[in-house]
Design a protein around this ligand. Structure first.
Ligand SMILES: Cc1cc2nc3c(=O)[nH]c(=O)nc-3n(C[C@H](O)[C@H](O)[C@H](O)COP(=O)(O)OP(=O)(O)OC[C@H]3O[C@@H](n4cnc5c(N)ncnc54)[C@H](O)[C@@H]3O)c2cc1C
Length: 181
């Protein structure tokens, strides 16, 4: 779906000199997690951009495409899903900025980074579906780029962290529920 190929890489008996240590010994996983928060905020921003791209395309097409003598965008059945997707993308954008502000201040932002990624991935996926539906048959045509972006934005339900694992994080670390895995 993404021209995605995987390659395995093995390191056997690799020795690293002590002066190559990053930070303090034993805290590596914490440093890694902090880096992942930045990635989640970045991906949330990407999803917000994707979502806006879809909504822009869907809106324009809904104005241009005339069926039964009127633009399809004059029908609430077409308008409302686009409007709802827009609302959800803009809401996700607020959480993305909240997470980014915390990160920039060097404060804990695990919950916000995860929530931003989940909200933005859901919103862009919703916008993608709405756009394919608005385009009808042309939603599947290569030349409009909608089907390509639809495939690309599906990725963010899975990577860089799957939606289920974000929910597991929020359940355990934000709500204090027992660890499920
Ligand atoms: C195009 C692409 C690019 C990628 N790029 C990178 C990269 O640059 N760097 C990198 O490190 N990784 C990368 N990844 C990997 C990506 O981070 C993982 O695929 C992702 O985190 C999901 O892990 P997994 O594939 O091992 O799925 P699994 O952990 O095997 O999970 C499979 C499914 O089961 C669900 N699941 C698993 N455990 C539970 C549970 N306890 N409760 C409920 N549901 C569960 C998951 O939500 C998922 O839907 C990339 C993946 C893709 C597809």
């Amino acid at each position: 779906m993404m021209n995605h190929a995987t390659t395995e890489l093995f390191f056997d008996d690799l020795e690293v000199p002590a002066d190559a240590l990053v930070g303090e010994e034993g805290k590596g996983f914490r440093y890694l997690i902090d880096g992942l928060n930045a990635e989640r905020i970045l991906i949330a921003a990407e999803c917000v951009g994707d979502g806006r791209w879809f909504i822009d395309r869907a809106t324009r097409y809904a104005k241009e495409r005339v069926v039964f003598g009127r633009p399809i965008g004059q029908n609430q059945g077409i308008q409302f899903p686009i409007a709802r997707a827009h609302v959800n993308v803009e809401a996700a954008d607020l959480m993305r900025f909240r997470a980014a502000a915390l990160f920039d201040r060097g404060e804990a932002c695990g919950a916000e980074a995860n929530m931003a990624k989940l909200l933005a991935a859901d919103a862009s996926w919703e916008a993608a579906n709405v756009t394919v539906q608005t385009y009808g048959g042309f939603g599947f045509a290569e030349e409009y780029d909608v089907e390509r972006k639809f495939r690309e934005t599906r990725l963010y339900q899975v990577a860089p962290i799957s939606t289920n694992l974000i929910l597991a994080y929020v359940a355990e670390h934000v709500l204090g529920l027992p660890r499920s895995y």
